[in-house]
Design a protein around this ligand. Structure first.
Ligand code: FES
Length: 96
């Protein structure tokens, strides 16, 4: 069991079985854009990890390709590719 905190929304979710940040958000009706449907192809689901990055799997090929090293180094990940195993805090992007 893990706690997923949406830093800028002030929302904390309890995540039982490991699942993606996107799946956990959508289950709780948190609006998180996902234009490609979670296939790792669009980057609209990007999130910035605020705490707990040490518990995450390394970025996969989709994240490397879509976000690039400069964004990954600043904590950005794709919510559809980021699996919550341990406590994690994230921030959502500000859309124009
Ligand atoms: S939903 Fe498109 S990259 Fe995650």
């Amino acid at each position: 069991m893990a706690i997923l905190r949406f830093h800028d929304l002030g929302i904390e979710l309890t995540v039982g079985d490991p699942k993606s940040v996107l799946e956990a958000a959508l289950e709780e009706l948190i609006e998180l854009r996902h234009n490609c449907g979670g296939l790792g192809m669009c980057t609209t689901c990007r999130i910035q990890v605020v705490a707990g990055a040490e518990h995450l799997e390394p970025p996969n090929d989709a994240e490397l390709r879509r976000l690039g090293l400069h964004r990954l180094e600043r904590g950005w990940r794709l919510a559809c590719q980021t699996i919550v195993h341990e406590d994690l805090a994230v921030r959502l992007p500000r859309y124009a």
